[in-house]
Design a protein around this ligand. Structure first.
Ligand SMILES: C[S@@+](CC[C@H](N)C(=O)[O-])C[C@H]1O[C@@H](n2cnc3c(N)ncnc32)[C@H](O)[C@@H]1O
Length: 185
């Protein structure tokens, strides 16, 4: 079955976790990954990796010695991530607030970039705030937190957590999307 149809079915069944029924378009994936300086980046965390559509845009550009930790809570989604054969990819079938546990396991201290498609708008606010505070703690100073959204409802969460946020609009996605970028000061 085509990946987009499978994603549609899983999105519909788990709307409160997935937050959408469509995976990110190539334009949106490109916009998200264009926020990364791949010459500098070594450690990237991807949150809410789904079936790996953004993951597959990151890996071809990732440094040969880089590492990508991809977090995904739904096994129906992560089974696709586990099929990606790349030694730099670490698939984590766990919730994103546990990033520090997996960094420690991999002997890593900090993360250069966090790319997230977690639907913070539909998650309980306490969980969202908890994940975002963890992200701020594990990002290196100057590191970027990059978030995909379909509205600006959650923009204040990033302003409150990071003290800054830039908004980019991506019309070529269903639905049209925003990419919000905050810097860890
Ligand atoms: C909007 S989908 C994005 C999927 C894919 N990255 C894309 O861009 O098409 C959001 C994903 O976040 C996952 N997710 C939701 N809460 C999560 C959490 N606490 N930790 C990790 N992943 C989570 C969902 O299962 C879903 O696969």
């Amino acid at each position: 079955m085509h990946q987009s149809i499978r994603f549609f079915q899983e999105g519909l069944k788990n709307l409160k976790t997935v937050g959408t029924i469509t995976r990110s378009s190539p334009f949106l994936c490109r916009k998200v990954t264009d926020m990364v300086d791949f010459n500098q980046a070594r450690i990237i965390a991807e949150l809410g990796a789904g079936d790996g559509v953004i993951t597959r845009h990151i890996l071809p550009r990732l440094h040969p010695e880089g590492k990508l930790l991809a977090f995904e809570v739904l096994p129906q989604m992560s089974e696709h991530l586990l099929q990606i054969d790349d030694p730099r990819l670490i698939v984590v079938e766990d919730s994103a607030e546990h990033i520090p546990v997996y960094l420690e396991k991999e002997n890593l201290q900090q993360v250069d970039y966090i790319l997230s498609a977690i639907p913070f708008v539909v998650l309980p606010q306490e969980l969202s705030l908890n994940i975002l505070a963890t992200c701020r703690d594990v990002l290196r100073p100057g590191g970027l937190f990059v978030q995909v959204h379909y509205s600006l409802l959650a923009k204040k969460l990033y302003e409150e957590t990071f003290g800054n946020v830039r908004v980019h609009f991506v019309p070529w996605n269903i639905p049209p999307a925003f990419v919000l970028v905050s810097e860890r000061i």
